[in-house]
Design a protein around this ligand. Sequence first.
Ligand SMILES: C[S@@+](CC[C@H](N)C(=O)[O-])C[C@H]1O[C@@H](n2cnc3c(N)ncnc32)[C@H](O)[C@@H]1O
Length: 283
Amino acid sequence: MFEDSNICNLLKKAGIFLKLKGISEPKSDTEVLLSFVLQIKRSKLFLIGSHKPTDKQTLQYEEYILRRSNREPAAYITGFSGFMGFEFKVNKNVLIPRPETEILVENVLNLPEKENRNSVLDLCTGSGCIAVSLAKLGRFKNITASDISSSALETAKENAKINNIATIDFVESNIFNKINNKAFDIIAVNPPYVSYEEYNNLEPELKYEPKIALKAKDNGLFFYKEIAVKAGKYLKNNGYITVELNANKCNLIKQIFLENGYKNIEIINDYANLPRILKAKNG
Ligand SMILES: C[S@@+](CC[C@H](N)C(=O)[O-])C[C@H]1O[C@@H](n2cnc3c(N)ncnc32)[C@H](O)[C@@H]1O
C-alpha cells in the first residue's frame, strides 16, 4: 500500500487513507504510529522527512494503519499513552488516560497545602495514571491505589515501576470493601460512569476499552451514589473528595453529594467548557 515512500509521503498517504475510512483527525495518529515504528520522537519526523524507512518498517506501519482504520485506538496499538507529561503502559485491561482527567490531578495538587499533604486514595485506579502522577508531582506521604480488576492493578504496578515510583500501596477492592485506612486527606476518583444507553452510542474506538471501566448501572449513577454514601467514612473531617463527572449528569451528581452532607461543593469545567470535576469537603 505504501511501498517505496519516504516519511513525508507515508504520513500523507496514511492520512488520506484514514480520512477515507472515517477517522476525522488522522494527523496525530499517523505521526504517533510512524514515530513508534521508527522508534524516534514524533517531533523528529519532520527533520528527516525525506528518509525512506526499510521495507520491514513500512510493512509494520501499514499493519498499524490498517488496525487504526478498524477504529482501534493508537494507544492500544503502541501500548503507551501520555498523561501529565509521563508515559503509561496501556492494554485492553485499562482505560486509556484522558486529558480531562489531568484536570482532576491538577485540582488535587492545587488543594490548600496544609490540608492535603498526607494521604490520598485513588479509587478505581485503572492504569494508575492518577496515583502515579500524584506521586511524581505531589508531596504525599501515603498513596493508595485500588481497583476491582486484578489485571488493571498489574498494569498500574508496572506503570509505577516505569515511572520510578515505589511508594504506592495497591489494593484489590470492590469500591471501598478492602480499604482499611479510614482517614484519608483526599479521595480522587474517576469512576465508570457511562449508562447502558450511552454505551450503545459510543464511538467505535471506545468499544476496544474495558467495559468494566466505562459502564455503570442505575443510568450511569451507580458509582457516584456508592461513593457519596461511603466516602465520608474513609475521609478525615474536612478531607476532600474530587470526582470526575459525566458531564451530562452534573446536576444529578451534585445533588447526590449535597444529599450526603458534603460541603463547599465546586464544579470545575474542562477544556470544552463542560462540567468535568466535582470537588467537595467531607461534612
Ligand atoms: C473510568 S476507569 C478510570 C481509570 C483511571 N483512574 C483513569 O482515570 O484513567 C474506571 C476504573 O474503575 C474500575 N472499577 C470498575 N468497577 C469497580 C468497582 N466495583 N470497584 C473498584 N473499581 C472498579 C475499572 O476496572 C476501571 O479501572
